[in-house]
Structure formats: structure tokens, C-alpha cells
Design a protein around this ligand. Structure first.
Ligand code: ADP
Length: 460
């Protein structure tokens, strides 16, 4: 018997909290927001049916990381399930376990699955064991500088030092020679400790200018797993995604099949449940390598929804309620039922100044007008006239996702919607995004993770 949730709490803020409230609303589920003191005037909390202040004496970020307090509120308010969004506690197995212990459904994979996949080293071992290619490296933490030097000598420079608990493009250092490795080793460890609380780092070969291709996965509680095809997330700045699209039209059909099949192999190896993303790098010779699994909803899930017509957040909730993929509610009887159509592009509009090294800008928004129209979807966070952009949280303001029959047309729609956007009071990256969308190489799919760094004219 499937349980139907009556009340869902979202342990997050901003656009993803609103995204989950919308899905709950459509499913007839009451919604609960939690918010920090700094977020008391934020939009997301007004979009929920109930909202509660948390972390009174904690910092703005720590408030959203307090497992004990969040669960206490959920229990007091009669919540059936918690959606963690992305970031914050979304990849914390302890949080999933605690929810389970008190009888609250965690909308995501089980803590056992998270333990196997949340750590980058651990997940490489899972991939390797099912025959999926991984980037050459040491599949364990490096314990000394000497060990790192020895490995780099063996596999050849450049190499990359990565925090095993890393995420969001942080905790990575590209090292091109021995001197730099000696210099960077301890600072990489310190950075990992500071950002993620765990100082473990590992080392692997650095692949020059690959494409970042990732596969959206959905799995239910009965072992059924499908993929919703791939996304190209190569347009990155400092290893952080800026624009994502689907399909990855510059790869061959054979590459697409290989990557999607390998994603399924990894998901099956851990009996994956809920929505997740399997990430790969594709080198210039066309070989793909697994890099990591994100066991949660991702910022760029919107593009996959636009081409497949599948509501991924709603599917997560239905899966947590116990529906199988082939139920009428979810409606994916088999892989063949996933039929992408057209092209979709997502632009992340941030309150960052592209002319000043993308420094986050803060202040009050005194004009906020958005573009819309056929083929445009907006997933907004805290954008409204009079809203305050604080320095405490990530600078994502609104995601603009377009859909059209051709890639060029989708790019034109995105560009048009960005031009309609009028934001005054804080600086944004809008002019930069428009320059990328109009770039000939971007439109032809001739782009890899080096695209932004290689094209300084994008900043004009
Ligand atoms: P995070 O979890 O912080 O997002 P990922 O492991 O997903 O980190 O990597 C983010 C990005 O960093 C990749 O998309 C790619 O651009 C770059 N990257 C990571 N590992 C390598 C590597 N071995 N070689 C080249 N680029 C890499």
C-alpha cells in the first residue's frame, strides 16, 4: 500500500524550496518551510502553507544544517516526509538515517545508498567494480605529500587534487608540475577541512578540456531504474556550471548510449532509489570516464523535465510514497517510455559581477521584471522588487530555462528572455550569459569545460 503524504517539510531555502512546494501543491500535499533569521523576509517562506524559524542562535548557514532542530520541528508539526533539496543536508546520510529512525520518510535515496555514493573515492570504486571506466588515480585518500608526488610522477602531470567530500566545484586544485604539487598539497587539505569538515583528499589525472556529460536517473523502491538521458554541463567557470542543456547534441549516438548504459550500471550496482545524477567527463578522443554521483535533485534538472515531460520532483515524492515507476501516477512503464523531444537550455542568473571576477553583489533589488512567453520557464528564488540579497547564501537569483524544436531557437528564446529581464539595484551576470548564448562555438556545440576561460571576449 502506498502512503499518501499529507505534509512535507523542505529542509532548504530559495528556488529549490519553491520548486518542491509547487510539486507538493500539485499533489495536494500541505507544505512546511523552515527559515533562518536572515531569511525572514525571503520569498520562499511565504510560498509554503506553514513556516518556522530555525537556528535562532546559529549562523545563517548553520541554521539549515541543524538535523536535530529540523527533525524536532517536523515531528511537532506532524510532517510525513522531508525533502532536502540540493546543498545543505541533501547528501548527508546521517540526516536520512535520523529521519528513518523517527518514522519520517526522507525524499531521496536511503542512507546506505548515500554512504556508498556520496564520497567521491567510494563511488569510483563502485563504478570500477561494474566495469565503468574511471579517471586514472589512486582510489584512496592520499596520506602524505610524498605519496602524491610519487603518483603524479607515475601518471604524469597535470593532475588534480580533490576533496573526497567535495562538491559545488570547490575543493579542487589543478597541479601542472612538481613544485606546484609541493606548494598546493597542504593548502588543498586545509581547504577541504575548512569547506567540508573532512581533510581527506585524493589525486587523479587531470583531463584537459573535457566535456561534462551527466545522466539523470530515476529509481523506485522495487529495483526498477531508468535514465532520462543526458545533459551537457560543459559551460563552467572554475569548475562550476553556468549554462546547461540537453540533448548533448555534439556527441555521437554511440557515445550517448555508452554513457547512459554506464550510468544505469552504476545505479543498478547500488539498487539506486529516487532521482540522482551520474556524472562523466568525455575527453577529446571521445572516451568517457565516470567522476561522481550526486544522490539528490540537481539545479539543472529543469532541462530534462522540459524535453521528457517528466516532473522529476513530483516523481521523487511519488517514489517516496511507494509508487513504482510503472504506476499510473509516474507512468514510466519501461525505458522506451522516456522520449525526449526538442532542446532545452538553462541559464543560471546570479547576482555576480562578470566585470569584477564574478564577485557576488549584495543589496536591495529596486527593480525586478522578468521575461516570459512561449518556451520559457522561470524558477525563481528571492527576486522581487524590494528584496534584499544577502552575502550569506549562494548567488543564484533565477533559473531561465527555454525549450524549442531546435537548439538555435532555444538559444534565441533564452537570449530574448534574458534581455526582457530588468534587474536594478544589484549587478547580475545577464550580459555575460547573453554573450555565451550568441557565441558561434556554443551554438555549434564546439564547447568544453575550457570554453569560458578560452573566450575572454565573453566578458565584453
Ligand atoms: P563537484 O562535486 O565539486 O561539482 P566534480 O567532481 O563533479 O566536482 O567536478 C566538477 C568539474 O571539475 C567537472 O565538471 C570538471 O570540469 C572538473 N573536473 C573534475 N575532475 C576533473 C579531472 N580529473 N580532469 C579534468 N577536469 C575535472
Amino acid at each position: 500500500m502506498n502512503k499518501r503524504f499529507k505534509k512535507v517539510l523542505v529542509a532548504n531555502r530559495g528556488e529549490i524550496a519553491i520548486r518542491v512546494f509547487r510539486a507538493c501543491n500539485e499533489l495536494g500535499i500541505r507544505t512546511v518551510a523552515i527559515y533562518s533569521d536572515e531569511d525572514k523576509n525571503s520569498l520562499f517562506r511565504t510560498k509554503a502553507d506553514e513556516s518556522y524559524l530555525i537556528g535562532r542562535n546559529k549562523g545563517p548557514v548553520e541554521a539549515y544544517l541543524d538535523i536535530h532542530e529540523i527533525i524536532k520541528i517536523a515531528l511537532k508539526r506532524g510532517v510525513d516526509a522531508i525533502h532536502p533539496g540540493y546543498g545543505f543536508l541533501s547528501e548527508n546520510p546521517e540526516f536520512a538515517r535520523k529521519c528513518e529512525e523517527v518514522g519520517i520518510e526522507f525524499i531521496g535515496p536511503t542512507h546506505e545508498i548515500m554512504e556508498k555514493l556520496g564520497d567521491k573515492i567510494q563511488s569510483k570504486i563502485v563504478a570500477h567494480n561494474v566495469g565503468v571506466p574511471i579517471i586514472p588515480g589512486i582510489e584512496k585518500s592520499v596520506y602524505s605529500k610524498e605519496e602524491a608526488l610519487e603518483y603524479a610522477d607515475y601518471c604524469g602531470y597535470p593532475v588534480i587534487l580533490k576533496a573526497s567530500a567535495g562538491g559545488g566545484g570547490r575543493g579542487m586544485r589543478v597541479v601542472r608540475n612538481k613544485e606546484d604539487l609541493i606548494k598546493e598539497y597542504y593548502s588543498a587539505k586545509n581547504e577541504a577541512k575548512k569547506a567540508f569538515g573532512i581533510e581527506d583528499i585524493f589525486i587523479e589525472k587531470y583531463i584537459e578540456k573535457p566535456k561534462h556529460i551527466e545522466v539523470q536517473i530515476l529509481g523506485d523502491k522495487y529495483g526498477n531504474i531508468v535514465h532520462l538521458y543526458e545533459r551537457d554541463c560543459s559551460i563552467q567557470r572554475r569548475h562550476q556550471k553556468v549554462i546547461e542543456f540537453t540533448p548533448a547534441f555534439s556527441i555521437t549516438e554511440e557515445q550517448r548510449k555508452g554513457i547512459c548504459n554506464d550510468a544505469i550500471k552504476i545505479a543498478k550496482a547500488v539498487n539506486y532509489r529516487s532521482a540522482g545524477t551520474v556524472e562523466f567527463l568525455l575527453d577529446s578522443s571521445g572516451n568517457h570516464y565516470f567522476i561522481e554521483v550526486n544522490p539528490r535533485i540537481q539545479v539543472e534538472h529543469t532541462v530534462t523535465e522540459m524535453v521528457t515531460g517528466i516532473d522529476i520532483v513530483e516523481s521523487q515524492i511519488l517514489i517516496a510514497e511507494g509508487y513504482s515507476l510503472d504506476s499510473d501516477e509516474i507512468g514510466i512503464k519501461s525505458q522506451k517510455d522516456v522520449k525526449p523531444r526538442g532542446y532545452s537550455i538553462q541559464c543560471r542568473v546570479t547576482t555576480e559581477d562578470p566585470l569584477n571576477k564574478f564577485a557576488p553583489d549584495i543589496g536591495t533589488i529596486d527593480t525586478y521584471r522578468t521575461g516570459s512567453g512561449f518556451g520559457i520557464r522561470l524558477d525563481g528564488g528571492n527576486g522581487f522588487t524590494g528584496s534584499n540579497i544577502s552575502p550569506y547564501y549562494d548567488s543564484l537569483l533565477v533559473k531561465i530555462t527555454s525549450w524549442s524544436r531546435t537548439f538555435e531557437d532555444a538559444a534565441r528564446k533564452s537570449s530574448r528572455a534574458l534581455k526582457e529581464l530588468k534587474i536594478r539595484g544589484v549587478k547580475t551576470n545577464v550580459p555575460f550569459l547573453i554573450n555565451v548564448l550568441n557565441h558561434e562555438d556554443f551554438l555549434r556545440g564546439r564547447c568544453n569545460t575550457g570554453f569560458i576561460a578560452d573566450n575572454p571576449e565573453l566578458f565584453d
